[in-house]
Design a protein around this ligand. Sequence first.
Ligand code: TYM
Length: 329
Amino acid sequence: MKKTMITGVQPTGNFTLGNYIGAIKNFVSLQEQHDSFIFIADLHGLTTYQEPKKINKIILDLAAIYLACGVDPKHTKFFVQSSVNEHSVLGFLVAFQCRVGELSRMTQYKSKKAKAGNSVDLGLFIYPTLMAADILLYDAEVVPVGSDQKQHIEITRDLGERLNKRYGEIFKLPEYYIPENGHRIMDLQNPTEKMSKSAPLDDKGTIFVLDDVKTTRKKIMSAVTDSDNKVKYDEKNKPGISNLITILATLRDCSIKEVEKEFGDCNYGVFKEKVADEVEKFLLNFQAKYQKYRESEELITILHEGAKAAEARAQKKLDFIKEKMGIAI
Ligand code: TYM
């Protein structure tokens, strides 16, 4: 029997090359071998206020982005999270079993709280319990994500295990699938920080997948590197060049060693041009598909069909969970 795989993305900000390399690319290459689910995590997006028109547009943009990245509705149940109500119900049931201390220790919560102070929304605090529900609801065993989500998968396992102990075997426990290369694509201007989709559109350190290729080339050519002028992977001492090596290796589906071998004797200017060429090739191909899906009337139908299929599975599972908890009357 195929293992179940799931992943999601929040409809906030603008989708970056990091989002693609860290999670979606791997999901796409594994989708046929798994019982696959992918969704747009709109409820997660709403853990902080979003302007309704804006989030609606981002959801549709993201739907077209997923399809252009290669998500195939023939093999994958592809939907918007809030279309399947069972995510919310299980989200509550899981949250009730979670300790305040556990959530307070979440790195993402701590860094957001540090910025927002005491006015941090409850949604941000309980965010990991909803994410745990997304995964446990389908008994997903494989979760392709970037390394920033590792802690969220770990708490999902803890919560699943806790519920299994309390109520008998309910859930399969997930494993994260974090790629060896590309699990944390860094900001081009500040290569010790993660490339983030909440960066403004004119940010020089972030490659957005909908950037025009001229802009992307400029961003890559002005990426911060070092004075060593050797194309060699060394995350600690040469974070900028290591990041560019990773981008090139992952887009080409080759190893870091192969990139080092090919470009070891190049100066940074020449190497950056090669990285820009590869990114441009990816983006041009991606953007042509994106336009086609974004303008297609099929987009909404695909999401509705995906939600129907996911819901059938989620309903069954929630009925089973309620029975185990003694609340199926
Ligand atoms: P989100 O929307 O922040 O990011 C989507 C995916 O992109 C990965 N990612 C990166 N990978 C490499 N380098 C980067 N710079 C980079 N930035 C982001 C993230 O690790 C993620 O895999 N909580 C999730 C959405 C979610 C989810 C789920 C994911 C909700 N429920 C259930 C998996 C399973 C999030 O906010 O991802």
